[in-house]
Design a protein around this ligand. Structure first.
Ligand SMILES: Nc1nc2c(ncn2[C@@H]2O[C@H](COP(=O)(O)OP(=O)(O)OP(=O)(O)O)[C@@H](O)[C@H]2O)c(=O)[nH]1
Ligand SMILES: [Mg+2]
Length: 189
């Protein structure tokens, strides 16, 4: 896929609003502020295409990007933002869960987890639910630049140990080699 040929298509809130034709979808999921939108920009090598923010809760809709007329990259709103009301958390469940569950075009879900912390309950719940649905997913440990090489290795081992069946990659938007690895190993269709 030529990632330079990426354009924004549409923001939606329900699966039935998604763009046509149906194409394979790569979906980015994870907690608010974990770096979903930033990682998509890094893959596209375009720092402005996907809206990012240092304040959690930036992405509020399901955003479709068309890559090289071959696939959609889908940026999801984050979950688990503590300052958000219970009602908003429920809205995530009600909007995003059916989107994932009923969407047969999903080729891969990237579950982004901050490499610096222990795995959180909401992340584990998502992973277990994806296992139950038999959806393909890969866990990406984000912001690896914030740790020393040694610490990043230890944390990666911890995640491999904690999530034994998962495929796990450390990534950083500041480490072009990690982005290139992702493009070549995971995104080549
Ligand atoms: N150091 C570092 N910072 C990063 C990395 N990825 C993202 N960030 C920063 O983390 C913050 C959140 O990034 P976003 O991409 O907006 O996060 P998001 O997961 O899309 O957040 P929501 O849209 O709120 O769900 C921004 O300040 C980014 O610059 C990374 O690999 N390294
Ligand atoms: Mg975002």
């Amino acid at each position: 896929m030529n990632f330079q040929k990426t354009s924004f298509v549409k923001s939606i809130t329900r699966l039935d609003q998604r763009p046509l034709p149906e194409l394979p979808e790569f979906v980015f999921a994870g907690r608010s502020n974990v770096g979903k939108s930033s990682l998509m920009n890094a893959i596209f090598n375009n720092s402005k295409l996907v809206k990012t923010s240092s304040t959690p809760g930036k992405t509020q809709t399901i955003n479709y990007f068309l890559v090289d007329n071959q696939a959609y990259f889908v940026d999801l709103p984050g979950y688990g933002y503590a300052k958000r009301s219970q009602k908003d958390q429920l809205a995530w469940k009600q909007a995003i869960e059916p989107f994932i569950e009923k969407n047969q075009s999903i080729k891969m879900i990237f579950v982004l987890v901050d490499i610096r912390h222990e795995i959180q309950v909401l992340d584990l719940e998502l992973i277990q639910w994806l296992n139950y649905l038999k959806k393909s997913y890969i866990i990406l440990l984000t912001k690896s630049d914030k740790l020393s090489r040694h610490q990043a290795r230890l944390q990666t081992d911890y995640f491999i140990h904690t999530i034994p069946d998962g495929t796990i990659y450390p990534v950083s938007i500041k480490d072009p080699a990690s982005i290139q690895r992702l493009r070549e190993n995971v995104l080549s269709i």
